[in-house]
Design a protein around this ligand. Sequence first.
Ligand code: C2E
Ligand code: CA
Ligand code: CA
Ligand code: CA
Length: 276
Amino acid sequence: AKEAGRGGHAFFERFMFDEAEDNRLLEQDVREALSSNGLTLAYQPIIDASTGEIVAREALLRWRHPRRGDIPPDQFIPIIEDAGLIHQIGDWVIREACAQAARWDSRMRVAVNISAAQLSGAGLSKTVLGALASSRLEPSRLELEVTENVFLGDDAATLTSLERLRALGVRLVLDDFGKGYSSFGYLSRAQFSKIKIDQSFVRGAAEGSKDCVAIVHAILALARGLGVETTAEGVETEAQAEVMRCLGCAQLQGFHFGRPVPVEEFAGADEAVRHR
Ligand code: C2E
Ligand code: CA
Ligand code: CA
Ligand code: CA
């Protein structure tokens, strides 16, 4: 048993070492990607549930590693944060998304994800202000998506940051709503314009889970009461879309309506719609 214990320990240490080394290599690679346009944005449409029209697009960070291929943001964003690069990269995302959206139909919004680490710096509102000014994007066309994680750290600093952003006229969105445990409380802390209902409830409700239906129903009632918009996330089937529509969710997003794609794949389409 002792032997096995030691063996297990050695294995664990090796595993830890490899992961640390892995992250260090990735960190060098991401620095390189940043300076050589290796990071890009893909945009996923958000649909008006009653008209089917695209009302917004969410910008999602993409990294195609020269040897490892596509690395998902869930995996590389923590590395970026540990490396202290999140502000640099996050700022680029905001400027790039605003510059893109300024070329779209003037009713279309753009959504950008903001991590807790980004919000904790004092510079975010300056970046947003600069991005709005240089792109000439209407502030109300920019949505900043945060998860309730942002409330786990220094509450006062977070609230100040969120208020500063709202004062610029941008819209704050509470992402992954319902995924955590005490989401309802967070809604009263900052003035959110929209909440995004986590995919797990969309799935559950369509599979006939009474609990999920009840939760979605409650979230939508709450949102109506607060005058807050709602988007259902991760809608993959028409059945899921139908359930969310019936329950009264105003906007839908998911692979059923469109995957995140590079701007080249839809550029010009908005123009075509406008001149039709
Ligand atoms: P998120 O903000 O919740 O974004 C939605 C994720 O769900 C995206 O994954 C999207 O591709 C995926 N998705 C959309 N529709 C469907 C669907 O119908 N089914 C399924 N299974 N998935 C769907 P992605 O692009 O891998 O991003 C993962 C997370 O990484 C995002 O979750 C967000 O938290 C973070 N992220 C992405 N881009 C950025 C960024 O520029 N900055 C920051 N701070 N975080 C980002
Ligand atoms: Ca999001
Ligand atoms: Ca989400
Ligand atoms: Ca998520």
